[in-house]
Write a protein that binds this ligand. Structure first.
Ligand code: ZN
Length: 73
């Protein structure tokens, strides 16, 4: 499947991404959820629109990829 970490510009080899990928391989619920996310991301990419920061942050939060959320910038 299309790699979500790549979509988000995250490091594919990072432990988080590997973890997520492993989980998705074994969890149908999350696979279905990610399918809807991917569709949304593909839509934004297709029209060359930046994913709204709020959506992006929600996504990263869900994925557990937000590691420095205390950083104001
Ligand atoms: Zn799951």
């Amino acid at each position: 499947m299309y790699h979500l970490c790549e979509t988000l510009g995250e490091d594919l080899d990072s432990p988080k991404c590997v973890e997520i990928k492993d989980h998705l391989d074994n969890c149908e619920n999350c696979r279905n959820y990610f399918k809807t996310i991917e569709t949304t991301i593909q839509f934004y990419k297709q029209y060359n629109v930046q994913l709204p920061e709020e959506s992006h942050n929600k996504l990263l939060d869900f994925l557990g990829l937000k590691e420095d959320e205390d950083n104001p910038d």
